[in-house]
Write a protein that binds this ligand. Structure first.
Ligand code: SF4
Length: 628
C-alpha cells in the first residue's frame, strides 16, 4: 500500500516533467531562497509608513517606523492568520446554516434533512423546543440560532458549554471565551491595524479567542449542521488515490471544502439523463471523485472515492482522464487553470466569492443546486469526446483501501455498543494501558516536504506501533488513507495492546474523522472522554496530543491555536510562524502552558516529533497515576 502511494506521487511528478507541465514543486523551487523577513514574521505592511522590516541578526532596524518591535510584528501576523483561518471555517459554517434554513423552508429543493436524531440533539443543546413540532420547524429554528452565533451582540458561543466545566473556567479566567464569531474576526483585524493592540501577550490572547470561535463555533456549526443535512458519518468502505479515475468513464473531480456542492453533484449524477448522455458519449458511466477536504466529506459520508490530498490537485488533471474539475472554495490553486490547458479538462468555479481568472463559472446556489450540478455534469460528458487517449495516464490501484467515517458518535457506538454507547471502554483501555493515548493528526500537505515523503504516514505508523490510537482529519487523513493506513487489517502494524482493541472492535488503528472543519469532532470526543471520568477533570489532563506536520493554510494556525487553547499539546512540523520574535516564540511554546494548560511546539525534524508525542503522553499518564 505504501509503495503504491509513493509511486503515485513520484510517478505523476515525473509524468508532468515529461509533459512539461509546471507543478507547485517547480514553483516552490523557483521561490527559493524565500524571503527571510517573511519567514521570520519580521516584515510589516499594515500601514503606508511601511513596509517595514526588522533585522534579526545585524545592526539594521529593530523597530518599524511606528516603533512596533519584533514581538508585535510576529503577534500581529499570528493573530491575523488565526483570524483568517477562523474566517474561512466560519464562513463555511455560515453557508451550511443558511442551507439548513433554506432546506427547512422548502427553498432548497435539492436537499433534505437526513439525520433527524442529530437535529434533535443539537436542538436540545440550543434549547430549541422539539415537542409537538414539525421537523422543518425545528430545523429552521436551529439554523437561525446557528446564524445568530455569528453576530449576536451579547454573550458567548453556545457550543462552549460542550467543553468540560474546568475548561470553561480556564477560558473565563483568561478572558478568552469567544463572543459572536464575526465579532472576534472583526476585532482581530481592528486590533492588528496600525496603532492598535501592541502587546504581544494581549494579541496572543485574542488569537486564542478568535481561534476558539473557530473550533467551538464556526467549524462546529459546519460539522453539526452538515451531519443533519447530509448524514452523520458511519464506517464506510471507500477507495483513495488517482487509481479511482477510470479510463472508460467520464471523470469529474470535485475540489474544495463545502460539501453542499459535492452532495448536489453526487445527487444529480443519479439522474437517468446522465446515464443516457454518458452512454451516448461512448462512456461506461460517470465517476465522481473528491479532492482535498471535499474528498474527505464525500468519503466519510458515502464512501465516494478520493482522488487525493491538496498537493495532488495538479496531478489529478495531469492524468489526462479528467473531463472536468469543479471547485468551490479554499486551497484551490490558481495554477490549475494553466495545468488544465495542457489537457482537455474543463475547469469550473461555482461561488461568486471564489472566482478564478480564466475559469468558466457556473453559479451554484442553494435554491438551484441540482440544476447547476446537472449542468456541470453534462458539460463534463460533452467534453469526453475531446479526451486525448494518448495523454491518459492513471497510476495506482483500484482496490478498496479505506474504511472511513469515524465521527465521535461512531467511536462511541463502536466501542460501547449501540445500547450502552459511551467512551467508558476507550477510557478503560487508556487506563489499563492497552492504548497509551490518542493523537489527532490534522492539516495540509506541502511542497516543502518532498513528494512521496509521506510524513503523516510515517508518524502514524510509529504511533500505532507504540499503542497510540490515531485520529486523522483533512489532508493528513487523506495522505494516511492513500498510504493504506485506514484498514482494519493494518492491525499487524500495531503494538499488542492497540491490536487487541482494534481486533475486538474491528476498527483500523488510524481513524478517518473527516475534513478540516471536523477537528471539532475531536474537541467533542476529548470533552466526552473527560466527562466519562477516570482521566482527570480537564482536556489538558488527558494523554493526548495534536500534530500538523505540513501546515500551509492560515486555517491550520487557527486549528493549532484552538487545540492549544482547548488544552491539547500541539506540535507543528516545518517552521514556526513567529520564529523571528524570541519572546513571542517563548510565549507560544512555554508560557501558554501556565495560561491554558497546553502549549505549542515547532519541530523541523520529523523523527523527533514521534518521540515528543510519546514523551508527552507518558508524562500525562504519570500525572494521572495510571502508569503502574
Ligand atoms: Fe511599519 Fe508600523 Fe506601519 Fe507596520 S504598522 S508598516 S511597522 S509603521
Amino acid at each position: 500500500m505504501e509503495e503504491k502511494q509513493k509511486a503515485v506521487d513520484q510517478v505523476m511528478l515525473d509524468r508532468m516533467k515529461e509533459l512539461k507541465v509546471e507543478t507547485l514543486y517547480d514553483r516552490y523551487q523557483a521561490q527559493l531562497p524565500q524571503c527571510g523577513y517573511g519567514s521570520l514574521a519580521l516584515c510589516c505592511r499594515h500601514c503606508n509608513y511601511g513596509p517595514c522590516n526588522i533585522d534579526p541578526f545585524g545592526n539594521g532596524p529593530k523597530k518599524g517606523v511606528c516603533g512596533a518591535d519584533a514581538n508585535t510584528f510576529a503577534a500581529r501576523h499570528f493573530l491575523r492568520m488565526s483570524g483568517a483561518g477562523t474566517g474561512c471555517h466560519s464562513d463555511h459554517g455560515r453557508a451550511v446554516a443558511h442551507l439548513l434554513v433554506a432546506t427547512a423552508r422548502g427553498e432548497a429543493p435539492g436537499y433534505r434533512i437526513k439525520d433527524v436524531e442529530k437535529l434533535m440533539a443539537v436542538a436540545e443543546f440550543f434549547g430549541v423546543k422539539t415537542k409537538d413540532r414539525k421537523i422543518n420547524e425545528i430545523a429552521e429554528e436551529v439554523g437561525e440560532m446557528a446564524l445568530m452565533e455569528f453576530g449576536k451582540p451579547y454573550g458567548t458561543l453556545l457550543f462552549l458549554k460542550r467543553a468540560p466545566e474546568a475548561r470553561q473556567k480556564v477560558w473565563e479566567k483568561a478572558g478568552i471565551a469567544p463572543r459572536a464569531i464575526d465579532r472576534e474576526v472583526c476585532e482581530s483585524l481592528h486590533r492588528t491595524g496600525m496603532g492598535g493592540d501592541q502587546d504581544y501577550r494581549n494579541l496572543t490572547k485574542q488569537a486564542m479567542r478568535v481561534a476558539l470561535a473557530d473550533g467551538w463555533g464556526g467549524s462546529m456549526i459546519a460539522t453539526e449542521l452538515q451531519d443533519i443535512l447530509f448524514g452523520t458519518p458511519k464506517p464506510v468502505q471507500g477507495r483513495s488515490n488517482l487509481g479511482v479515475l477510470k479510463k472508460d468513464h467520464v471523470n469529474i473531480v470535485v475540489h474544495g471544502h463545502e460539501p453542499q456542492l459535492a452532495e448536489a453533484i453526487v445527487a444529480a449524477s443519479n439522474d437517468p439523463d446522465v446515464a443516457k448522455a454518458s452512454s451516448a458519449a461512448g462512456a461506461k458511466g460517470v465517476v465522481i471523485a473528491g479532492l482535498c477536504c471535499t474528498a474527505n466529506e464525500l468519503l466519510v459520508r458515502h464512501g465516494i472515492p478520493m482522488a487525493g490530498h491538496t498537493t495532488m490537485q495538479e496531478a489529478a488533471i495531469a492524468t489526462g482522464a479528467v473531463e472536468l474539475m469543479v471547485v468551490d472554495i479554499q486551497c484551490i490553486m490558481q495554477a490549475l487553470i494553466e495545468t488544465a490547458k495542457h489537457f482537455h479538462t474543463k475547469f469550473i468555479t461555482t461561488l461568486s466569492k471564489a472566482k478564478i481568472y480564466g475559469a468558466e463559472h457556473v453559479e451554484f446556489t442553494d435554491e438551484h443546486a441540482l440544476e447547476a450540478a446537472k449542468k456541470i455534469i453534462m458539460m463534463a460528458i460533452e467534453n469526453f469526446k475531446n479526451r486525448d487517449n494518448k495523454k491518459v495516464f492513471i497510476p495506482g490501484g483500484a482496490e478498496p483501501d479505506v474504511v472511513a467515517g469515524f465521527s465521535h458518535e461512531t467511536i462511541k457506538y463502536m466501542l460501547g455498543g449501540r445500547y450502552r454507547a459511551s467512551y467508558r471502554p476507550l477510557n478503560d483501555n487508556i487506563i489499563n494501558g492497552r492504548i497509551r493515548g490518542v493523537v489527532g493528526i490534522a492539516g495540509c500537505t506541502s511542497p516543502r516536504i518532498g513528494a512521496g515523503e509521506e510524513s503523516y504516514v510515517s508518524l502514524a505508523k510509529e504511533l500505532i506501533a507504540n499503542n497510540i490510537l490515531v485520529v486523522g482529519t483533512g489532508c493528513a487523513a487523506g495522505q494516511c488513507a492513500s498510504g493504506g493506513l485506514m484498514i482494519p487489517e493494518l492491525k499487524d502494524l500495531c503494538g499488542e495492546g492497540l491490536r487487541e482493541v482494534c481486533e475486538a472492535v474491528g476498527m483500523p488503528p488510524v481513524l478517518h474523522s473527516g475534513a478540516c472543519v471536523d477537528n471539532s469532532r475531536i474537541l467533542i470526543a476529548l470533552s466526552e472522554m473527560v466527562k466519562e471520568g477516570g482521566l482527570g477533570s480537564d482536556i489538558s489532563e488527558l494523554p493526548v496530543a495534536g500534530v500538523c506536520l505540513e501546515w500551509m493554510h492560515e486555517k491550520a494556525i487557527a486549528i493549532g491555536q484552538y487545540f492549544v487553547a482547548s488544552g491539547v499539546y500541539t506540535i507543528f512540523g516545518m517552521n514556526s510562524p513567529v520564529a523571528g520574535a524570541p519572546d513571542m516564540q517563548r510565549l507560544l511554546t512555554k508560557e501558554m502552558e501556565e495560561l491554558v494548560g497546553a502549549r505549542w511546539a515547532f519541530e523541523r525534524d520529523l523523527k523527533k516529533i514521534g518521540k515528543m508525542v510519546m514523551d508527552h503522553i507518558e508524562k500525562k499518564r504519570d500525572a494521572l497515576g495510571i502508569n503502574v
